[in-house]
Design a protein around this ligand. Structure first.
Ligand SMILES: [Zn+2]
Ligand SMILES: [Zn+2]
Length: 167
């Protein structure tokens, strides 16, 4: 049986860092992009890995998965998490010192600056994205392909291409 690695690290994730957490099937939400901090099946936040695990009923599950996530995927209830208030926006939350939205916001700012990524200062990011979008467009890639490459949606690509050269 294979063992899967835990989700990518984020200081704003609060799911158990020893396990790989499962993201519920995207019935209501679009598939989360890799690198995004998202709520896992155990209702705690974890970073979406590049490769998602198939957890269809009957599928053999690898080792290393979060037992709470597995229980939920198999029809069980998520564990109860103590509620608290977010230290940033004061919203009621079960994510501890920060609520899910504040965790996502801070993660999004931190993610491109993490070790091993090519560092682009937050203020430079729109310009950097516009530059990359223009480069991909020059290579003849479609908006959809550029969206995937930059981990943004197509309307953002259109905006980036429109803003290119305007500054
Ligand atoms: Zn979990
Ligand atoms: Zn908050």
């Amino acid at each position: 049986m294979t063992t899967v690695a835990p989700n990518p690290h984020s200081p704003y994730a609060n799911a158990n860092p020893e396990y790989r957490h499962i993201f519920p099937s995207p019935i209501f939400f679009p598939t989360p992009n890799p690198g995004v901090l998202a709520p896992a099946a155990c209702e705690l936040m974890a970073v979406v890995p590049a490769d998602l695990i198939e957890t269809e009923p009957g599928a053999a599950l690898p080792d290393g998965l979060c037992p709470d996530c597995v229980a939920v995927m198999q029809g069980g209830a998520p564990p109860k998490h103590p509620s608290s208030r977010c230290g940033e926006c004061d919203a009621a939350t079960w994510h501890g010192a920060l609520c899910a939205l504040c965790r996502q916001e801070k993660h999004d700012e931190w993610w491109p600056t993490r070790e091993g990524s090519s560092f682009v200062k937050p203020a430079d990011r729109p310009a950097e994205w516009a530059r990359m979008a223009a480069e991909f467009a020059a290579e003849g890639r479609s908006h959809a392909e550029i969206a995937v490459a930059l981990c943004v949606d197509e309307s953002t690509v259109a905006r980036l291409l429109a803003s290119d050269g305007a500054e």
